[in-house]
Design a protein. Structure first.
Ligand code: SF4
Ligand code: SF4
Length: 183
């Protein structure tokens, strides 16, 4: 049964002499190349010399995640697992642990993520984890995932995901007014 009208019937029509010479196609291709060459001369190069130059990103850009801490430096994540359940790519894994008394300055809640990992090769940067989190603990940022040379290095743990007090990541552009009031 035909589901769409997108398919085309292919005909084996004989090529004309011009088509056999490929000249029209070659001239057409050269015309496009010349058009771009003239455009570059007139308007300057359109090439961004990345990474020295970085193209401005849209406000809705979703890049590498950050696990947030509160103003006292305690991790907000309580290892509830909602982000992992919401993740359509099954990119998030974690191991929960109970907070020890002496660790109250490290973790905000009695349960915390001892291990928290995101496989950046699986992630599709959809932002569902961010939406699912009841603790405002995870946000996507405008940072890029690093270039790595082996697959295992793309599994980012807490060492790469958790922000520090000295290097807080601004996520105010992605927070609701209520979330902005949280400390
Ligand atoms: S951004 Fe989407 S795919 Fe990536 S970890 Fe979050 S929920 Fe999963
Ligand atoms: S990041 Fe948020 S949703 Fe995910 S485990 Fe931590 S508290 Fe739960």
């Amino acid at each position: 049964m035909k589901l769409t009208n997108r398919s085309k019937v292919v005909s084996n029509k004989k090529m004309t002499v011009g088509e056999k010479l490929y000249l029209p196609a070659i001239l057409k291709g050269m015309g496009i190349t010349m058009k771009h060459a003239v455009n570059t001369v007139v308007n300057g190069s359109q090439t961004i010399k990345y990474p020295e130059e970085v193209k401005p990103r849209a406000k809705v850009w979703r890049g590498m995640h950050v696990l947030k801490i509160d103003d006292e430096g305690r991790e907000r994540c309580t290892a509830c697992g909602l982000c992992a359940v919401a993740c359509p790519a099954e990119a998030i894994t974690m191991t929960a642990a109970e907070r020890k008394k002496e660790d109250q300055n490290l973790y905000r809640e009695e349960k915390y993520a001892e291990i928290y990992e995101i496989d950046m090769l699986r992630c599709i940067f959809c932002g569902m984890c961010e939406e699912a989190c009841p603790k405002s603990a995870i946000y996507l940022t405008d940072r890029l995932v690093d270039v790595e040379t082996n697959r295992g290095s793309f599994v980012y743990g807490k060492d790469k995901l958790v922000e520090t007090l000295e290097n807080r990541i601004d996520v105010s552009g992605r927070q609701s007014e209520e979330q902005k009031k949280l400390v």
